[in-house]
Design a protein around this ligand. Sequence first.
Ligand SMILES: Nc1ncnc2c1ncn2[C@@H]1O[C@H](COP(=O)(O)OP(=O)(O)O)[C@@H](O)[C@H]1O
Ligand SMILES: [Mg+2]
Length: 282
Amino acid sequence: MSGAEDEYEDRRISEELLRRERRDRIKVKDADDYKVVEGVLDSRTLMVLYSLMKSGHLASLSGVVKSGKEARVYLGKAASGGDLAVKIYYAVASKFKRRIMYLEGDPRFEGIKRGPHALAELWARREFMNLKQARDAGVRVPAPVAVRGNVLLMEFIGEGGRPAPLLAESEVDRGDYDALLRYIRGLWRDAAIVHADLSEYNVFKWRGELVLFDFGSSVDARHPLALDLLRRDVETVNRFFASRGIDVADAEEVLREVLGRCRPPPGPALAAPSWSGYPGTG
Ligand SMILES: Nc1ncnc2c1ncn2[C@@H]1O[C@H](COP(=O)(O)OP(=O)(O)O)[C@@H](O)[C@H]1O
Ligand SMILES: [Mg+2]
């Protein structure tokens, strides 16, 4: 499409949005929330949100729960009235470097399209898929509800529109450590994925139970760096629990236990990655 056509298309979408907006009214709680929604979401994302409303997945959207580097999480309402977490990935290519690296080598995403919008959509779809695989493996994560475009809907963990406390903000004990190691093992053995960004900031402690989230960076167990990422997850978890005075196991021992006889990881061998190093090593 030419620039002029692009512009025309953008304007057409904006007008269509305005028309629908008047018709359906995007239901936000108050004027401030509306400003938040209006100010940051591009017309493409608004279209996706409308389409999710139309299909009955989303009844309304209110304020931002958390703004991150790569995505923003909003509080939404399901048609049933329950809370939803609405994670919207930004279409900004440069901020996705790390995730692009993880993506190459993931056999589930061969022949993917490039470009900022395609990538944002891919992250959303990937997180959805990872959540689904984790959940099917019996690991407690926010239940994935729907994914469309760059928007992911999932179970809201928390109460009254406030997210549950993070592990980093909670008191922890040996039982939490053991539970987290069991989840790491479940992810590897039964879901065949590695979280790859596991830390006390991506785990909720909610009603005495751990809930793992932020699966946007998770990789398939066949990924060439899967083992390194798994080791890093274990080390991060160990460091956190050790800092809280818990007597943690040796990381290599944990790794051996997680891998069990599932080494090398299941699936066909993959070609070596075309790039060098991974996050943390430059
Ligand atoms: N399912 C959820 N339920 C409630 N709050 C959530 C949920 N997912 C994310 N959040 C909130 O959004 C924040 C950022 O989410 P996260 O998935 O970690 O994104 P990022 O990639 O920006 O780190 C979390 O720390 C939490 O406060
Ligand atoms: Mg996070």
